[in-house]
Each structure stands twice: as structure tokens, then as C-alpha cells.
Design a protein around this ligand. Structure first.
Ligand code: ADP
Length: 915
């Protein structure tokens, strides 16, 4: 290709100087994309491509009008592109162009979405002992929010990834040490929709970053926020500030407050748990049907954002929760005041976003009007609260006292004094500023209006003077002001009328006097527009300087909205205020699932967990409601730790430090990861992370592998949780064998979802009762699902036989001639006998993994039709199998870390597979 010159050459050389994906270059009244960029943009946005010839070559070109750039930029950025914008400016010899900003997913201001839009930076510092400390900074340029946190210790990497997942950033800036870590970057890509952007290494350098942070937030801030020594966090924060600065978003002024994010103040909810509990979207990825969607009755976008944040970050502090609860309780009781409050809040605009727009200079007069109206609401809302005795005595009053009410009222009054009631959407055409605000402007406006008045009276004067009846005065772009006279009367036109145009039925004229007035009007208009623009910009700068007042007021109104939303939901759905305790209890009377109760005639059920009932094994038929019951327990705990009421007649919730769940995850399958591996990783994570203050929900463990090791793992994991972790745990299992644990370990109890079987038909009662079930109703479900009768009948026969034989099925390897089936004898006595020396320390219980491999069991791995085969064969086992069994026998489950346990099981499987 020949070297491009001219405008395309200029485009290409500007493009070379930026690492943005696309460049939009101003050419007069258009922004143009050339060459490959034109084709990309045309494809993405359905624009027309034309050809631009330049010195013998031809280049694709696509353009958008100057004023229309924003929506196109938004669309491109939302598709993950970083777009550089080059503006044109006048110089002495013509004009030049320069890149003025780069719009990226994390620095895009004109987002159409109400959700937070986070830009994150992540830095890793290796410590001398080989451990790593991660520093994470997160900023939302649309609201000015700015947070930093550090993660260190053995689990630092996964904790850092979890933090990133929670923020779900639009864009991530990996620090120099993270950039080369493919695994880490892959995890970010997998867990978030963020685009990864490269920012200069120098920006992450400790000295430089610290300097930027001090410059932005003040010299004392690092100390007062308590992160002066947190170098990784400071590096990440500095990088964000320089990135926002360099991309030209122009919002640094709205980043007024640095907040350190103390993870220990929040309930630990890992990514899997957030997904499993369907907090903000369902497992299928829909918003509808999520917890947030169900409980959200906020009337402002800022309120919605806050409520969502609350759900994603439940609190641990009893004080904070009690405060929210009291406010919700007051709002729930004060029905009238609540409705009025919500109605008033409904008029509020998004002040945090308006602060950023003012700071970036993109706010127009309508935005400042919206700012004024919303600031003024603060005192209206304050009055409403003060007028209701119930609310005035509640913590809601303190929420509204947080922002500087005087400053808010003052700013609102100033804006009101300056701006007209209903300003236009452009700031260059005047009509923005009220009369009486600026004497100079008033004078111009007076003169302007007098001149316009003169023009308005001109037709009457001329009609009288000339006797012409069809005479009018008008103005258009090409002719300016003119006098128009109907064709029939042109004879009567006086001589000073200078004709400028002939139309079909009329002639157009000007007179000197009119031309002079026109010049005066144009002069006045120009001065008026310019002066109004200046006054407006001063006003906008003043608002930007008070960004903090806007943000504080915005946050206070958002909090009222979120609290009122919780109250409204509680009242509508008959929720109750949970009692919060520091004990390890969870006692729920007549509890319901907050989402399922919306669409189903929900059968309430009870739950009692305490020191004596710390680990509940939940059994029951398929589809009877086990998962629902367990998730309900988790959601009631979560809601209680948001400060919300809960769906129950009464509830006492011991505060937890984390909620961990493991449920069959469909989406992991779609990602091509082995489900069993994922299941074990999740289990491993829970066993490592949960503490005796946590709540653990296990919905089937070990199901992804053969029954034999499935049970072993489930059993060992249960024992480990009971003995070593001591977390409150609900464990649903279809391994009926596990219910024996309830007899062996004092804090383990069995509960089951009741079902009634009559004449072969099963009715699910949905109530949960103490004690285990002893049946699987799978065949009934198969029947319901339309599995052919012969299969259903045969299954019943096989099941009967199995029960008689006290044998259960084991699935072996898939190699060779199809599925190998085997049966091993599992008379319940075997699992229960023993209690010997190698039992669970201190409880005299049994160690099933060791005991299950005693002489009484056989494996028939010959692929023969083993069902119903006698269990007393005692046939010699293959030596390989013997080896595996030996190892299994010798293994001390209590002393083996879960991950190692898992690896062993996999080894064994591999060895057995080789058979
Ligand atoms: P399981 O985990 O035992 O297979 P699920 O918890 O998935 O069963 O529940 C099966 C179905 O029963 C779901 O559609 C759920 O909405 C419904 N369900 C569960 N519990 C109740 C209840 N208490 N009242 C009414 N419907 C329920």
C-alpha cells in the first residue's frame, strides 16, 4: 500500500500514536473513521461506508455528525472497544487535530445503564516468604466512588479474584506483575465481562502512584484511611487516577473521597455462592427471578444501585444491622409517611452521576436544573421524616442529617436563582439564565428584546406608511430579515425598498433601517449567547466544586429509598423482623423462600439449628423441596444481614461471617470443566474457608463420581465439617447411608422433607420434619416424566430386589464394553460397627472410609449382570483393586487435607480404570 497522505495520512499517524482500538477524527461537522476502523465501525453500528480517495489511493470512510457522536461512542464502548477521539482546533495557518480523550469501558461517562460501572486496577506484590499481597482499587467514574482494598495470606489470589468478581468491573488494569500471569488473567476473563487494558508500567510505580493519590485526595488521606503502609493498594489507586486523567474523562474533580474497603466488615460470599443463591441474576443469567429483582421496589436508580450493593455485601456488624432494621421497622409501621416519602423520592435524579457530569463539563442546563431540584428534595424529605413521629425517632433521621443540609439548600437556591425554569438542552443558544441574575446580561437582553420588539412592530408601521396591506416581516437563514410584499401590491413599494428576491406570489425587500437592526440583533444575540454560556459554565464549575455535597445528598436519598424499599416489601409480603444474635443459631418458624413464595403457594416450614443441631442432613424425595429449603435458610440469613426483614413468622439469626454453598452448577458444565473437578474445587474451598461462624449449604456432594467414592468423600467431608470446621451446615444428600452420621455424632441431626406415599403415588407435603427418610422416590419421578411403563416397572422390580439384598449400585469405569455395573454389599451394620481406635478423635465414632473396606464387601467388576448377585461370593479381587483397597484402608481421613484426599481418589479411579 502506498503511504497515505492528506487527511487519511493524518488519521493513520494519529492512530499510530494511540493504543485505542478505534479512532474517531473530527473533520469539520463530522467525526470520521477511516480505513480498517471505518469497516469495523460500519459492521458494528450499521453505518454506510463510502470511499475517500487520497492521492491516487482509495480508503473506506464512515462518519457521524458532530452532535451525534455520543450514542455511537456508547455503543462501541459497550461492545468492548476503546475509542480515541481526535478534535479539530483552529491554528494560525488553518487547523490541526489532536487526540483529546480515549473513551474506554471503565471511563465512559454517558452510560445508559443504572448499574455501577467500575474501573479496577489490580497489583501484586510478592513478599519475601513467597506469599503475595494484592492491591485492588476500584473507581466508578460516573459517580466518583473510589475504593481500595488489599488481600494477603495464603488465599490471597482467590480472595482477590473474588473481590474483582463482586465488583464485576467493566474494565481492569492489570499491574505489571499480574500481566504475565495467564492463569490470573484467564480467571478475570472467565468470571467477569471486563475488558483488560494495558496502562503504563510507570503509573504503577510506588513513588509515582503515592504522589498521585496524595495529590488527588490530600496529604493526610492515606493515613486517615489507614492505608499509608498498604503499598499494593496505593499503587493500584495511583494507576487508576493516572488512567482516568490520561484517557481524558475529566472527572477527577468528582473523585472526592477515598474509601478503604475492609473486607472483614462483610459476610464472605464467594462467586459461586452469589451465583447459587441467585442474588442479582438467576443461574440462567436472567435478572428476573433473582433475589434483587424480587425485593427491589426502589424508585430511584441510585437507590436501586445501593440496594443491590447491600445484597451483594451483607454486613457482619450487629450495630449497623440493628440501625438498618430499626429504620426499616419504622418505615414499615409508618405507612402513610412511607408512601409520601417514596413519592417524593421518585422525583429525585441521580445526584452522584450529576456530580461527575458537572466535573467533566458535560452537564447541560437541564442537568443543573435536575441537580437543583434534587438538592432541594433533601429538605423536603427531611421535613417528611421530622413530621412523622415514628420516623423522626428512627435512625432514618440520622441518615438525612449526614449531608450538609445547609450547603445543599444554599447550592439549590443559587442554581434556582440563576437558571430558568425549563432550560433548553444546549448551552450555546442562550435562554438559560433568569432575568435579574446578571446586570450585564439583563442589559443585553433588554436591548435584544427592544430590537425584536421594533421588528415586530415594523409591519404595522410600514403598512400605515405605504398603504400596502399584504406586508410582513420575516427572517430566514439565507436572506436574514426581509420585508415581504404580495405581488399585487409591489407597485406601491416605496423607493428605499431594495428588492432582494422574487417569489411566485411575492417579492422580498430590505431597507437600511432593517439591515441595521438586524446587525444589532445579531451582535446582541452573539453577546447574549456568549455571556449566558460563560455564566452557565461558572455555575457548572461551582457545582463541580461542591461535588461532595451532591454525592453525600445523593447517597442519603439513595439510602432512604433502599430502606423504604425493604420496608415496602416486608409489609406487602408479611415479613418479620429477625432477632439477631451472636450465638450459633438459626431458628426459623414458618419460613418461606423469598423468591419462590412470589410464584407458588408456598408451604412454610420450620428450621432449628443450634449447638446441638449444628449439622443437618436433609433427605427426601427428588423434587420434594430440599434445595429450596436450604437456599431459603441461606437467604433468610443473608437478608437478616442486609438489615432486611425476612419471610417467616419469626426468626432468630446468629450472625455469620460467611455463607458458602455448593450446588450442582449447570453453567460450569457449559464451560467444559469437568463437573466433578469443579464440585471438588468448590468443596475444597468451603473446607478451607468456612469457620465455626459460617453457614454452609451443600446440595449433594460426591454425586459426580461413582457411588463408592462419592459416599466416602461425602462422609469424610461431613465429618471434617462437624469436627474441624464446626460451621452451621445443611447437607442434602441422596446417599441415605449418610443419615447414620446422625446417630454417631452428637451435633448431627437428620431432617427430611415429608412425602406421603399411597397406592404407589407420592404426594410431596413440602414440610420438613425431624428424622431421615429411607426411600428414594426417583422411580416415581421417572414415571411422572413419562419414562415408558416397562422401564418404570422393571425399575421397581430391580429396586425391590436391591432393598432385599441390602445392596446398592456402584458404577464402575466406562471402558471396554459399555458401562460396567457392580454391586457391593452394604448392609447397614457394616458402616455402624467398630468405633475402635481409629475413629473420630474424641467422639468414639466410626471412620467409615476405613471401615467400609472391611472384608464384608465385594466388587464384581466383570461387567456381568450383577444386580441381585449374591453378596457372599468372597471371590478373590484383582491385585490392583486390592492395592487400592489397601491404601484406602490405611488412609487416615481425618489427617488428610481434602485436596489431597481428592487427588488420591482420582489416582485410585485412574488405577481402577486401567483394569
Ligand atoms: P429437591 O432439591 O428436593 O429436588 P427442589 O427444592 O428443587 O427439590 O424443589 C422442587 C420444586 O418444589 C420446586 O419447583 C420448588 O419451587 C417447589 N417447592 C419446594 N419447596 C416448596 C414449598 N415449601 N412450598 C411449595 N413449593 C415448594
Amino acid at each position: 500500500m502506498t503511504e497515505a497522505t492528506g487527511i487519511v495520512g493524518e488519521f493513520l499517524s494519529l492512530k499510530e500514536g494511540t493504543d485505542a482500538d478505534l479512532l474517531a477524527m473530527q473533520c469539520g461537522d463530522f467525526y470520521e473513521f477511516f480505513a480498517e476502523d471505518a469497516e469495523t465501525v460500519a459492521d458494528e453500528l450499521d453505518l454506510k461506508v463510502s470511499q475517500k480517495s487520497s492521492h491516487g489511493s482509495s480508503y473506506p470512510m464512515a462518519g457521524v455528525p458532530l452532535d451525534d457522536l455520543t450514542p455511537y461512542l456508547s455503543a462501541l464502548v459497550e461492545r468492548g472497544y476503546r475509542v480515541a477521539v481526535a478534535d479539530q482546533y483552529e491554528t494560525e495557518d488553518g487547523h490541526a487535530r489532536e487526540i483529546t480523550r480515549v473513551v474506554t469501558p471503565g471511563t465512559h461517562l454517558e452510560t445508559s445503564d443504572d448499574d455501577a460501572q467500575y474501573l479496577a486496577a489490580v497489583v501484586r506484590d510478592e513478599t519475601s516468604d513467597g506469599d503475595a499481597t494484592y492491591g485492588i482499587a476500584v473507581a466508578d467514574v460516573t459517580t466518583g466512588q473510589f475504593l481500595v482494598t488489599e488481600q494477603s495470606g495464603a488465599d490471597a489470589t482467590s480472595a482477590a479474584l473474588t473481590e474483582l468478581y463482586k465488583f464485576d468491573p467493566a474494565e481492569v488494569l492489570p499491574g505489571p506483575d499480574v500481566r504475565s500471569d495467564d492463569d490470573f488473567l484467564d480467571e478475570i476473563r472467565e468470571r467477569t465481562d471486563a475488558s483488560l487494558s494495558l496502562h503504563t508500567t510507570e503509573a504503577f510505580a510506588p513513588g509515582r502512584a503515592r504522589h498521585r493519590v496524595r495529590e488527588q485526595f490530600g496529604d493526610e488521606t492515606l493515613e486517615s484511611v489507614g492505608i499509608a503502609d498498604a503499598e499494593a493498594a496505593v499503587r493500584a489507586a495511583g494507576a487508576i487516577i493516572s488512567y482516568v486523567d490520561e484517557t481524558g474523562a475529566g472527572v477527577l474533580a468528582s473523585m472526592t473521597r477515598l474509601q478503604s474497603f475492609d473486607e472483614s466488615a462483610y459476610v464472605d460470599l464467594d462467586a459461586t455462592t452469589q451465583r447459587n443463591l441467585e442474588l442479582t441474576e438467576t443461574m440462567q443469567g436472567d435478572r428476573e427471578g433473582s433475589l434483587f429483582d424480587t425485593v427491589d421496589h426502589t424508585v430511584t436508580s441510585a437507590g436501586g444501585r445501593l440496594l443491590r450493593e447491600w445484597l451483594q455485601r451483607p454486613r457482619r456488624s450487629r450495630e449497623e444491622l440493628a440501625r438498618r432494621q430499626s429504620a426499616v421497622a419504622a418505615l414499615a409501621e409508618a405507612a402513610m409517611a412511607r408512601d409520601q416519602l417514596r413519592e417524593t423520592l421518585g422525583d429525585a435524579y441521580d445526584l452522584e452521576r450529576l456530580a461527575s457530569k458537572a466535573a467533566s463539563g458535560s452537564a447541560d442546563a437541564r442537568d443543573l436544573r435536575a441537580t437543583q431540584e434534587t438538592l432541594a428534595l433533601l429538605s423536603a424529605v427531611g421535613d417528611l421524616v421530622a413530621d412523622s413521629e415514628r420516623l423522626a425517632d428512627s435512625p432514618l433521621a440520622a441518615v438525612l442529617d449526614r449531608p450538609d443540609r445547609e450547603a445543599a439548600a444554599e447550592l439549590a437556591a443559587d442554581l434556582d436563582e440563576a437558571l430558568v425554569e425549563d432550560p433548553p438542552g444546549t448551552v450555546t443558544q442562550g435562554g438559560l439564565i433568569r432575568r435579574g441574575f446578571d446586570p450585564e446580561l439583563d442589559e443585553i437582553i433588554d436591548d435584544h428584546e427592544a430590537a425584536l420588539d421594533w421588528i415586530e412592530r415594523l409591519p404595522e408601521r410600514e403598512k400605515e406608511r405605504t398603504g400596502i396591506t399584504h406586508l410582513s416581516v420575516d427572517r430566514n437563514k439565507t436572506d436574514g430579515y426581509y420585508i415581504q410584499v404580495g405581488k399585487s401590491e409591489t407597485d406601491a413599494v416605496p423607493e428605499e425598498y431594495e428588492q432582494i428576491k422574487t417569489l411566485k406570489n411575492s417579492e422580498r425587500y430590505v431597507i437600511d433601517e432593517l439591515a441595521e437592526k438586524e446587525r444589532e440583533i445579531l451582535r446582541l444575540e452573539e453577546r447574549r449567547h456568549e455571556l449566558e454560556r460563560q455564566i452557565f459554565e461558572r455555575l457548572r464549575d461551582r457545582v463541580a466544586a461542591r461535588a461532595e455535597v451532591l454525592q453525600e445528598t445523593g447517597r442519603a436519598l439513595a439510602e432512604c429509598d433502599a430502606l423504604a424499599s425493604l420496608a415496602a416489601h416486608a409489609v406487602r409480603n408479611d415479613w418479620t423482623r429477625p432477632e439477631l444474635s451472636d450465638g450459633r443459631e438459626l431458628v426459623v418458624e414458618q419460613g418461606r423462600h423469598p423468591v419462590v413464595e412470589q410464584t407458588t403457594q408456598f408451604v412454610p416450614n420450620d428450621l432449628r439449628m443450634d449447638d446441638d443441631r449444628q449439622f443437618l442432613i436433609v433427605t427426601g424425595p427428588n423434587m420434594s423441596g430440599k434445595s429450596t429449603y436450604m437456599r431459603q435458610a441461606a437467604l433468610i440469613t443473608l437478608l437478616a444481614q442486609v438489615g432486611s426483614f425476612v419471610p417467616a413468622r419469626s426468626a432468630r439469626v446468629g450472625l455469620v461471617d460467611g455463607i458458602y454453598t455448593r450446588v450442582g452448577a449447570l453453567d460450569e458444565l457449559a464451560q467444559g470443566r469437568s463437573t466433578f473437578m469443579v464440585e471438588m474445587q468448590e468443596l475444597s474451598n468451603i473446607l478451607h474457608s468456612a469457620t465455626d461462624d459460617s453457614l454452609v449449604i451443600l446440595d449433594e456432594v460426591g454425586r459426580g463420581t461413582a457411588t463408592y467414592d462419592g459416599i466416602s468423600i461425602a462422609w469424610a467431608a461431613s465429618e471434617y465439617i462437624v469436627n474441624n470446621v464446626a460451621a452451621k451446615t445443611l447437607f442434602a444428600t441422596h446417599y441415605h447411608e449418610l443419615t447414620v452420621l446422625g446417630e454417631e455424632l452428637p451435633s448431627v441431626q437428620n431432617v427430611h422433607v415429608a412425602a406421603e406415599e399411597r397406592d404407589g403415588d407420592v404426594t410431596f407435603l413440602r414440610t420438613v420434619e425431624d428424622g431421615p427418610t429411607d426411600r428414594s422416590y426417583g422411580i416415581h419421578v421417572a414415571d411422572l416424566a413419562g419414562v415408558p411403563d416397562p422401564v418404570v416397572d422393571r425399575s421397581r422390580a430391580v429396586l425391590d430386589r436391591l432393598r432385599e439384598e441390602e445392596a446398592i449400585e456402584v458404577r464402575g469405569s466406562d471402558s471396554g464394553s459399555g458401562t460396567t455395573q457392580a454391586v457391593f454389599d452394604l448392609s447397614s451394620g457394616q458402616f455402624k460397627t467398630g468405633g475402635g481406635g481409629d475413629g473420630v478423635p474424641g467422639d468414639g465414632g466410626s471412620t467409615p472410609a476405613a471401615e467400609s473396606a472391611t472384608d464384608g464387601e465385594q466388587l464384581a467388576t466383570d461387567g456381568s449382570h450383577a444386580v441381585g448377585e449374591s453378596a457372599d461370593a468372597g471371590s478373590a479381587l484383582d491385585p490392583e483393586v486390592e492395592d487400592v483397597l489397601d491404601e484406602l484402608r490405611d488412609l487416615d481421613v481425618n489427617e488428610t487435607p481434602p485436596v489431597e484426599l481428592m487427588a488420591k481418589v482420582q489416582d485410585w479411579q485412574a488405577e481402577l480404570d486401567e483394569e
